[in-house]
Design a protein around this ligand. Sequence first.
Ligand code: ZN
Length: 176
Amino acid sequence: MASYLLSCECGKTVPVDVGQAGGTAVCDCGKHLEVPTLRQLRHLPKSEAPPTAGRPAKPWDARHGLVAAGSIGMIALLAWSGYVWWFEPKMQKFDLAARLKTVEEEIQTPAGAWKAWVEFYRPMAEKGIPEFRMMNADQIDRAIAQSRFVRFTLWALAFLCGFIALCGTLWPKQAR
Ligand SMILES: [Zn+2]
């Protein structure tokens, strides 16, 4: 497509194409230039180079790609870590009365009775109530430790994504 050279006050020229007629173009100096209408455009000197609207497209795309990917990654990882945090088991006091109540409800069906035996009565019979309580606490402790490790890893990855996005914003603009 034919492109025309629009001259700016700073002395540079900005290649514009007919599709930009009547619109604006941005010069390297940052000034927004009014592109003449189609009829007036034809009086401007022609350019051999393809129109770039004043700025090279490639580095712009790479930078914005980095920023977008980094930001999206960071938000996704933070959301994930929030999700993990939300479902993290909370250390609670072992309530034997409450446990017995749920076990009694389970016993109503044969499958529930078997489950109650395996999960509750047998360990309690083998180890006694204090030991059983400890075992339960150990399990919750381990689950919390695991969940914290996952959260920490997600935070570290989110930090890395944020850093990538920051690199994208600091990426030097191509000098011409
Ligand atoms: Zn200029």
